[in-house]
Design a protein around this ligand. Structure first.
Ligand SMILES: NC(=O)c1ccc[n+]([C@@H]2O[C@H](COP(=O)([O-])OP(=O)(O)OC[C@H]3O[C@@H](n4cnc5c(N)ncnc54)[C@H](O)[C@@H]3O)[C@@H](O)[C@H]2O)c1
Length: 353
């Protein structure tokens, strides 16, 4: 197969973002789209499909009958049924994060795609970010020594407003949770990717906005099997000049690292003199950061292109549902901990890393 016929179900913010990514993904052709809001689907088809409005389908079944691969980009509560149908139809499936409202649903979805043997990928797209890839490569350098601690702050305005404009994020029946599940599942995934398997978690949460079931602040403490510790603070406020903002600081015995800016940095580092080399400090962003990534052999910054090439070659994609399920295990433990007043909950990994 040299061409992948792609369908998109859910044509909102992230559906459009993937349509943009698919434009530059060799071999991808968007041939079918569907949204409960027909105008959204039509606008997306007119802009991104060679078929124009003919690509708009009456329902998910019609999409799945017309494609080799499907993007599930609806609000979270609709993910499980659509993924089950895609797996039954033998389609490659890209599902947005979080996979589902609950860990149990996410586990069923992971089992379904594994049983069907379909290529699967999840929208934990920050694993493709040059900034996070550079940070991860730098903190693993041997001269740096063991990682001691990570301070991970993530804040954005409550995404029922501004560019998100999505009322469903304030509805627990559709979103499953607030800042931690809906947004910071990215951060839980990144933390385990950065510091290795997480052994236990404790958490406190708050809901200042008074939306039932929607946490708008979370403080999660994580301990890695290595002994490294991490503190994640996730906040949804009402400062509309602050969309998604991450700031990460990593402390190792012989190095300090920082990241501001999810994709293009800046990423800074300050490595002490060791027997392995002289002191080494820099601060990189934008093109300079991408150039440094290339020098270090880091590539693959386009999640949609990766998914398309994996689906065309019928080889495993990444990050896949099994990796996302690991992040769901941490989110689930954090919510259980917060509900019990912050008790520490063991989080043995579901699979070896
Ligand atoms: N990976 C990321 O960084 C990232 C960023 C934003 C959103 N997301 C995730 O993507 C998903 C969608 O978020 P969004 O910001 O695009 O929301 P959105 O509100 O902009 O768009 C969601 C669309 O899905 C449609 N929809 C809902 N249920 C449907 C169904 N059963 N069939 C067809 N269409 C349906 C809605 O009409 C809406 O147009 C969520 O799970 C969210 O968490 C991921």
């Amino acid at each position: 197969m040299t061409e992948l016929r792609v369908g998109i179900i859910g044509c909102g913010l992230i559906g459009r973002s993937h349509a943009t990514g698919l434009r530059s993904a060799p071999g991808a052709r968007i041939v079918a789209v569907h949204d409960l809001d027909v105008d959204r689907a039509t606008r997306l088809a007119e802009e991104f499909s060679p078929l124009g409005p003919e690509a708009v389908m009456a329902g998910p079944d019609e999409v799945m009958a017309a494609v080799d691969a499907v993007y599930v980009c609806t609000w979270t509560s609709a993910h499980p049924a659509l993924v089950a149908d895609a797996a039954s139809a033998g389609l490659a499936v890209f599902c947005e994060k979080p996979l589902a409202k609950t860990f149990d649903q996410a586990r069923e979805m992971t089992a379904a795609v594994a049983m069907a043997g379909v290529v699967n990928q999840v929208g934990l797209v920050l694993r493709h970010s040059p900034a996070f890839r550079l940070l991860r490569a730098m903190i693993r350098r041997p001269e740096v020594g063991p990682i001691m601690n990570v301070v991970f702050r993530d804040d954005q305005y409550l995404p029922t407003q501004g560019m998100y404009g999505s009322t469903w994020r304030g509805d627990v029946d559709k979103a499953g949770g607030g800042a931690l599940l809906e947004h910071s599942i990215h951060d839980l995934d990144l933390l385990e990717w950065l510091i290795g398997p997480i052994a236990d978690v404790s958490a406190r949460m708050g809901a200042v906005h008074g939306l039932p079931g929607i946490d708008d602040q979370a403080t999660v403490t994580l301990t890695a099997q290595s002994g490294a510790q991490a503190a994640l603070v996730s906040v949804w406020h009402d400062v509309l000049t602050r969309p998604s903002q991450r700031r990460v600081e990593v402390f190792a015995g012989k190095g300090y690292f920082s990241l501001e800016g999810d994709w293009h940095g800046p990423v800074g580092y300050d490595i002490a003199e060791t027997e392995l080399g002289p002191p080494n400090a820099d601060r990189l962003e934008g093109h300079g950061l991408v150039d440094r990534c290339r020098e270090l052999g880091l590539s693959g910054f386009q999640p949609d292109a990766d998914f398309v090439s994996s689906a065309l070659d019928r080889r495993p994609a990444s990050p896949d549902f099994r990796l996302a399920l690991e992040a769901h295990r941490l989110a689930d433990a954090a919510y259980r901990s917060a509900a019990s007043g912050g008790v520490t909950i063991a989080t043995p990994p579901l699979r070896s890393p």
